[in-house]
Design a protein around this ligand. Sequence first.
Ligand SMILES: C[C@@](CO)(OP(=O)(O)O)[C@H](O)COP(=O)(O)OP(=O)(O)OC[C@H]1O[C@@H](n2ccc(N)nc2=O)[C@H](O)[C@@H]1O
Ligand SMILES: Nc1ncnc2c1ncn2[C@@H]1O[C@H](COP(=O)(O)OP(=O)(O)O)[C@@H](O)[C@H]1O
Length: 311
Amino acid sequence: MLSVVPRPVVVRAPSKVNLHLAVGDLRDDGYHELKTVFQALSLGDTVSVVPAETLSVKVRGEDARVVPTDSGNLVWQAAEMLAAEAGRRPDVEIAIDKGIPVAGGMAGGSADAAATLVGLNALWQLDLSREELDGFAAKLGSDVPFSLHGGTAVGTGRGERLLPVLSRSTFHWVLALAKGGLSTPTVFRELDRLRADGNPPRLGGPEDLMHALTTGDAATLAPLLGNDLQSAALSLNPGLRRTLRAGVAAGALAGIVSGSGPTCAFLCAEADAAVRVSAELAGAGVCRTVRVASGPVPGARIINDAAEGSH
Ligand SMILES: C[C@@](CO)(OP(=O)(O)O)[C@H](O)COP(=O)(O)OP(=O)(O)OC[C@H]1O[C@@H](n2ccc(N)nc2=O)[C@H](O)[C@@H]1O
Ligand SMILES: Nc1ncnc2c1ncn2[C@@H]1O[C@H](COP(=O)(O)OP(=O)(O)O)[C@@H](O)[C@H]1O
């Protein structure tokens, strides 16, 4: 007799780099007002969801052992949220294949949460609209809406309100992954402390950077990259200064801390240059490992069909 084995829905979700991250003051709700330009990168995670008796999370990949597999994982929270909406049990097994560094300032948990929303919307045939998914995404975390959208976008509010940005051509990046991670709230707190003690420079508006994106010219874009959280990340992890210097010495057009760090992202003139820079950085002993990536790429999207298969 043929048994019907449910096939998983498999979703690919991108990492991100903040090309511009201007941090405003601390709000009463504990978040900072942001103006940021996100770009989704080809380094990503793959998440698959398949019907099961109970909710469970499995994680594979280099950083797997530091990722929670219980309700501390954003994918767990995403599944419970959608199950409550659908009035059903979250009876699903979620498997995460991690390519994105954990606590690396590249929105890895957000990518997985966005992938889970997309995957379960298909698996459970919920037919939720883009706007409804956005609402769930924003509840899960400030970066989750961007992980759904991908591409290049301006984020305001706490980063969850998005407007797409016109970006011509593909940009080539080298990512220097650090040994440990940095906690996002700790980095925001460190920036508040630095600001209370002195007056670290604040980024202006992203208008010139957005214009550079429309030209598609990496050399024009490079000097306009900026991140207000960089001084805080460097204060918590001073070794990152060496990493940033080494990437530029290796031939990158510019280097920046990605979001709250500690990953450093280096913009390169073209794909070949990125491969050369990555090889030199890997040999310089200034980071755990290097990755080459390009952007912009799409947000969380299904890479197979939610069909049932007979085995
Ligand atoms: C800094 C950024 C830049 O894109 O990314 P990462 O570097 O973490 O990837 C984001 O703002 C992170 O977004 P995300 O990681 O989703 O943060 P959330 O879960 O919403 O918030 C975690 C904590 O970070 C701080 N936080 C976050 C967003 C914001 N606009 N202001 C904040 O002060 C708060 O302390 C909050 O409790
Ligand atoms: N699916 C997930 N992948 C990675 N980390 C997760 C996930 N769900 C929850 N976390 C928790 O979120 C923290 C921040 O991880 P991550 O999203 O990778 O970094 P960042 O906020 O710097 O972009 C981790 O230290 C981990 O405890």
